[in-house]
Design a protein around this ligand. Sequence first.
Ligand SMILES: [Zn+2]
Ligand SMILES: [Zn+2]
Length: 264
Amino acid sequence: MSMQFSVLASGSTGNAIYVEAGEQAFLVDAGLSGKQMDKLFQQIDRDPAKLNGILVTHEHKDHIHGVGVMARKYNLPVYANERTWKVMDQQLGKLATDQKFIFEMETVKSFGGLEIESFGVSHDAVEPMFYIFRSGGKKLVLITDTGYVSDRMKGLISNADMYVFESNHDVQMLRMGRYPWNIKRRILSDVGHVSNEDAALAMCDVIGDQTKRIYLAHLSLDNNMKDLARMSVKQTLESKDMPIGDQFELFDTDPYTPTVLTAV
Ligand SMILES: [Zn+2]
Ligand SMILES: [Zn+2]
């Protein structure tokens, strides 16, 4: 069963990623309003009523803003780990008990021929995690909202066919920018967000002979630009003798426009 996916929206204004394989369809996070989420689904010509569930990564608003609304409107199951449920339950509003499912960190769930594995990231939420999708021998890795990429994470996410990889900020732009120092320190910390350069260094360690596409995601509106992120990642990869274009390509994501639905 081949997978298809689209990064519906990416960035601190709201995140959502759509993944389908055969009859299975999942949304990872729904960080925009219900209305905006509906519009994004229209743009990729898919019906949110056909989702099998929403997988939540962590409780930050840019990841859960539309989860409650969508779950109620389309009667969808919502998955998150127990600690995340504790802190987000109130924020989602009223959901039926049989809509709430536990998906613990470092576990695997199977839905038809689609396998979904969760893994922990380093971020200032109670128990943040991201997801790896496997189907038909292919592997799709989603990883954003992490201050760094540990060796453990690298082991789990290595040699995927496609990545949605955080490339949050340019360190120089962040340092020079208008953010107050405590916010800058948070972003730069081990539980903040990964910079363009650190993302590229981590990519060097995980890209394998299967890797074809890398989507740069969760770009900061204030401290990054698409061209800068792409150039910075490209340069770092080239300096490690991993040129773009031979085997794999870089792609942009956008806060408001979905990426083209693509087969993994
Ligand atoms: Zn976050
Ligand atoms: Zn985020």
